[in-house]
Design a protein around this ligand. Structure first.
Ligand SMILES: [Zn+2]
Length: 90
């Protein structure tokens, strides 16, 4: 297994990606990196841009607060819509 861990110091979700500030456990350097939103909550492997060591980082999940910001309207519309459709169909 990879011995290097990239610890997430801070992160921010944008519309398109996850912007994270990470610390490399091998060289102790801080760097920032962007990840696809699809990788939310997953452990991903990549190489440290500073020392080149292969390691892994646990990406955070979007918090409830951050979710509301982008998906509140969509979720409400979806719930109401699906309930009505089911009643009509059966
Ligand atoms: Zn490093």
């Amino acid at each position: 297994m990879a011995g290097t861990i990239f610890r997430i110091q801070s992160h921010k979700f944008s519309q398109d990606n996850i912007q994270a500030t990470l610390v490399c456990s091998k060289c102790d350097e801080i760097f920032s990196k962007e990840f696809l939103l699809d990788l939310e909550g997953q452990t991903i492997e990549f190489k440290c841009p500073v020392c080149g060591a292969a390691g892994e980082a646990d990406l955070p999940y979007k918090s409830a607060e951050e979710r509301e910001e982008f998906e509140d309207d969509f979720e409400e519309a979806e719930e109401e819509g699906s309930n009505e459709e089911f009643e009509e169909e059966y």
